[in-house]
Design a protein. Structure first.
Length: 290
């Protein structure tokens, strides 16, 4: 599998959403297609229509940095979208994660004891390791208690995307479910663009597209985003609503994996509830309902 379809659909979707007015071009007249025409994008990017047409058909391999920057500017790409375009170009050239042998599955879960020890030193925050396929691979004690609805009976590897789109409990866990679903798919899109040969990601996307109309619709939008940091709202079945800040840190020793840490602002109700959940997590023989 190459990524020509991904390149074509991404560029067409970005071109379709950009109106002539936003691009500083005269509008007027009826248009057969939404957004800009190919020729208009080519003019804005300073390249021939023929060359842009080849790129939009997915022939992005070999495109220079200056060409990619010109396209990103012409299409008014956000920073995550610009990064995605460069990832698609690198993948087409056989670089970065895409350079792995086709079909190879990376080992599931961090095996290094040092990483587990790092997680164990975090007591006041939720700390969990996530891979590029939304699998949750390692937890500190508080994360195990927090993600109990996602972990379920403990069989198999918990996956945030499967929970989001296939488990009705996710609509209670995520009060802002629509926003979370957009974020989940957009992050997966960005991750998938780095490695078109990731068979496990392809299988996950195929499964979710078949079983969830919402996922299929969101995936076809080709929106991308980076996660990074921010604030999220949750409703935990044991302690109620939690408003938490989060930071994502790349784990350089495990390419594609990130350390996610959630904390509550000191002195808030969320901090009190998180501390209560932590006390229960630290007492194995006691449950929240005791």
């Amino acid at each position: 599998m190459d990524n020509k379809d991904e390149v074509r659909e991404f560029l067409m979707s970005r071109r379709a959403r950009l109106t002539p007015e936003r691009a500083g071009l005269p509008g007027g007249g009826r248009r057969r297609v939404a957004g800009l025409r190919r020729g208009e994008v080519a003019d804005l990017a300073g390249m021939s229509v023929e060359y842009y047409g080849r790129i939009e058909r997915g022939q992005i391999a070999g495109a220079s940095t200056s060409v990619l920057e010109a396209l990103a500017s012409a299409l008014q790409l956000s920073e995550p979208e610009r990064s995605h375009l460069f990832d698609l170009a690198r993948a087409a050239d056989g670089n970065t994660l895409a350079a792995r042998p086709r079909g190879r599955r990376t080992p599931r879960g961090p095996q290094r004891e040092s990483l587990r020890q790092v997680l164990g030193t975090i007591h006041d925050g939720i700390a969990v390791v996530r891979d590029q396929r939304q699998n949750l691979l390692a937890f500190n004690d508080l994360a195990k208690a927090f993600y109990a609805p996602v972990i379920g009976d403990g069989t198999g590897t918990p996956n945030l995307a499967r929970f989001q789109f296939l488990d009705p409990a996710s609509r209670d866990f995520y009060p802002d479910w629509d926003l979370f679903s957009e974020m989940c798919v957009a992050v997966m899109r960005a991750e998938g663009g780095r490695d078109p040969h990731d068979t496990e990601m392809q299988e996950l996307v195929g499964e979710l597209s078949t079983r969830s109309d919402v996922f299929r619709r969101r995936w076809s939008a080709h929106d991308v985003r980076s996660h990074g940091s921010g604030t999220k709202r949750f409703h935990h079945p044991e302690v109620g609503e939690l408003v938490l800040s989060y930071e994502e840190l790349m784990i350089t020793a495990d390419p594609g994996s990130v350390l996610m840490v959630y904390t509550a602002e000191p002195g808030t109700t969320s901090a009190e509830r998180l501390a209560l959940l932590a006390s229960w997590a630290a007492t194995p023989t006691r449950t929240a309902r005791d």
